[in-house]
Structures are given as C-alpha cells and as structure tokens.
Design a protein around this ligand. Structure first.
Ligand code: ZN
Length: 208
C-alpha cells in the first residue's frame, strides 16, 4: 500500500506494508503532511540505554549524562574527550571552536495497540519533545535558589511521556524505503519530522 502526496515544493512519502498497513485508517493527510496519533512506548539511545514505562524517574535521571554528548556547535560532530577530560576540536570548522551539548539521536518505538513501529528521532526533535530544554543546561537550577535542575525536569518529562497513562501525542513522520528491481522493499526507515504533545491545541490545528 502506498500513499504519496505532493504539496508545493515538499514531498512526503509514506509506505505501509506488513504490520504497518494496519495504521492506514489512523493516518490523516492534508497539504502533504502525514500525521499519526500514537503512544510512545520506548526511546532507545546508543549504548543500549532504553527508556520505557518501566524506567523509574531515578534511573532516567541517572542515564541523562549518557544520552547527551559534547559536539561542535557549528556542525554537531561529536568531539572526543581525552584522558585529561579535554575536549578535542572540530577540525572541519576551525577556527570556530565553540562547543555545545547535544541530546543523542534515538530510536522511538510507537504503538497503536497491536503494532510497533520504530522511528528515528534526531537530536533537535528530542529537544523539542523535552519542551525545548537545551541539553546544555541540564545541570543548571531552574531558578537560582532552587535545588531543582533542568535535568530533573527533563527526567520527569521523559517519565510522563513514556508512562502507560500518557496522553497520545501526534507525530509527523516520513518514511523512506529502498526497493530492489522487483519493487520488493529491502529497507524501511521512518523518521520523525515533527512532534505535537498537545493534540487539542496543536494537533487539531495541524489536522485542519
Ligand atoms: Zn564542526
């Protein structure tokens, strides 16, 4: 099953087959945008860090240092940290040497009750999911006199997002596929293009 929509200069292609085809009735298209209402069941980061409904707030909080990395503020390249904890420079961007902390990209598993689909989520969208709290300020207090840090807020946001009772969110996704000469799909890749937490306010507008 294949749905293609072209609007202005933008192309969004969604290919559904196998278990993914069961999603078709739930997908709505308008102006080239494909939106899917879904429940996020897991966020898997590199180094086998998987956050899901079973993850405690404490364990999520303690994984935060492992789901961020220090990168070049210009191109995002991860920069190695040597044994003296000195961060190397990005040679392609020299003389620009500013560094930034980024969330690592993740693989998001979403479910519609019976089927699971895995979606690639880039660093910038992880930040959007976390209400645009930058990975640079996780150790910072939310107000000067407070003991509550942005890291605690972020852990709490992950925890609520993955809770069994979490409100469904709206995901804008793109599917890329590679087929062989017989149009047999060899590879299927879903990527997150945008994320809306508040379905009533933003999702509904987007669906109009
Ligand atoms: Zn760079």
């Amino acid at each position: 099953m294949l749905t293609v929509e072209k609007a202005q200069d933008q192309h969004y292609v969604l290919v559904l087959w196998g278990p993914g085809a069961a999603w078709y009735p739930q997908l709505q298209r308008k102006k080239g945008v494909i939106l899917s209402k879904a429940q996020i069941s897991e966020l898997a980061f590199p180094q086998k860090i998987a956050l899901n409904a079973h993850s405690s707030l404490k364990s999520i909080f303690s994984s935060l240092p492992n789901i961020v990395y220090t990168g070049c503020a210009k191109c995002g390249l991860e920069l190695e940290i040597d044994e003296n904890r000195i961060c190397k420079q990005c040679f392609s961007c020299l003389p620009f040497t500013v560094k930034k902390i980024y969330y690592r990209p993740a693989l998001m598993t979403v479910v519609d009750g019976r089927h699971d689909v895995c979606i690639h989520v880039e660093s910038k969208l992880i930040e959007k999911i976390l209400l645009n709290i930058s990975a640079d300020c996780l150790n910072r207090a939310i107000v000067p006199s407070s003991e509550i840090t942005y890291g605690m807020v972020v852990a709490d946001l992950f925890h609520s997002l993955l809770a069994v009772s979490a409100e469904p969110c709206v995901l804008k996704i793109q599917s890329l596929f590679v087929s062989d000469e017989n149009s047999y799909p060899l590879q299927q890749d879903f990527s997150l293009l945008d994320f809306y937490l508040d379905i009533v306010k933003q999702g509904a507008d987007a669906l109009l």
